[in-house]
Design a protein around this ligand. Structure first.
Ligand code: BTN
Length: 325
């Protein structure tokens, strides 16, 4: 492992560590430790250096641990998962799993990373991914279905993520179509599902989740929409390993259900979590914009927007809605 990540393993507890002790643990001179500490800024981490005390991370965090994650998943769900890979850094966990999938990795393969250098968001956006500040998780799933039958999958995944957060005691989160998770109008988590496969099936899907856990303010300033993180909502430290376990539990059971029964079983939960139903929305599709009232989803997961006496059905596009803070 790169010494930078070994250094992070030592500093993760949020306590002071002297340059001397770090140097001994990493087999580096004190100047070498200083240089390595400076390089942590590239990962978006803030470290304080105090003469006589040493170095300390501004925010303690728990490193991701594949063993801990898998062992905390309910056995019924664990059987549906294959290997769990934790990487200190990667360009994108979705990109990584797509290429593992192309070389035959089994359904249920999971990749998590502490940092992404080229995290992908929906609609070609970048997902800013500072080290240890969020959960970046991707899951490879194989469906015995044609890609065209997977239209409502990303909506169902949004429901499963919201339910996993409810399992962890997060109250008041809701969904904006197709799968943005918002809390009091601010984005808490996003989902990117990427589908590949022959037109007649089967389909290979990579489901990528980004959940904000403790974003440093400087990083948050670079995000172009209102956002919130779990440590703000829950008032303290959040165990990302437990978060990953709950998400994998909900997803693995829910995705099997989607394979067998489609979108119908997710319908009720969507209606409960839907933030837009009955509200004024603006739907943007390419150059076009439609302002109207959201009328929820149809059975295929398409969004219904009523405007000037007729109801339009949308399978893609971007919804904006104004929510009370
Ligand atoms: C969105 O735009 O709301 C979707 C964001 C999805 C981000 C996650 S982070 C883990 C996975 N890897 C990526 O490159 N993107 C997804």
């Amino acid at each position: 492992m790169h010494p930078r990540f070994r250094l992070l393993g030592l500093l993760a507890d949020g306590h002071f560590h002297s340059g001397e002790a770090l140097g001994a643990a990493l087999d580096l001179s004190r100047a070498g430790v200083w240089k390595l500490v400076q390089s942590l800024a590239d990962l978006g981490l803030e470290v304080s250096a105090v003469p006589g005390r040493g170095y300390r991370l501004e925010h303690a965090f728990q490193l991701l641990d594949a063993e801990r994650i898998l062992s905390a998943v309910d056995p019924a769900a664990r059987g549906r998962l294959a290997r769990v890979e934790v990487l200190p850094t990667v360009d994108s966990t979705n990109r990584f799993l797509q290429s593992l999938g192309a070389s035959g990795a089994p359904s249920g393969t999971v990749c998590l990373a502490e940092h992404q250098s080229a995290g992908r968001g929906r609609r070609g956006r970048t997902w800013i991914s500072p080290f240890g500040a969020a959960l970046y998780l991707s899951l490879l799933w194989r469906f015995p279905l044609a890609p065209a039958a997977l239209g409502p999958l990303s909506v169902a995944v949004g429901v499963l993520v919201a339910e996993a957060l409810e399992d962890l005691g997060v109250e008041g989160a809701g969904l904006k179509w197709p799968n943005d998770l918002l809390w009091r109008g601010r984005k808490l988590a996003g989902v990117l599902t990427e589908v590949a496969g022959e037109a007649t099936g089967p389909a290979q899907v990579v489901i990528g989740l980004g959940v904000n856990v403790h974003l440093p303010p400087a990083v948050g300033d670079a995000i172009d929409q209102p956002w919130v993180d779990l440590s703000t909502i829950q008032g303290g430290r959040v165990d990302r390993n437990v978060l990953a376990s709950r998400l994998l539990e909900r997803l693995s059971i829910g995705l099997d259900r989607f394979s067998r029964e489609g979108f119908a079983p997710f319908r009720g939960a969507w209606d409960r979590l839907d933030l837009a139903r009955g509200r004024p929305v603006v739907m943007t599709l390419g150059e076009g914009r439609v302002a109207g009232t959201c009328r929820g989803l149809d059975d295929s997961g398409a969004l219904l927007v009523e405007s000037q006496g007729r109801t339009g059905r949308y399978l893609s596009g971007e919804v904006s809605l104004r929510l009370p803070a």
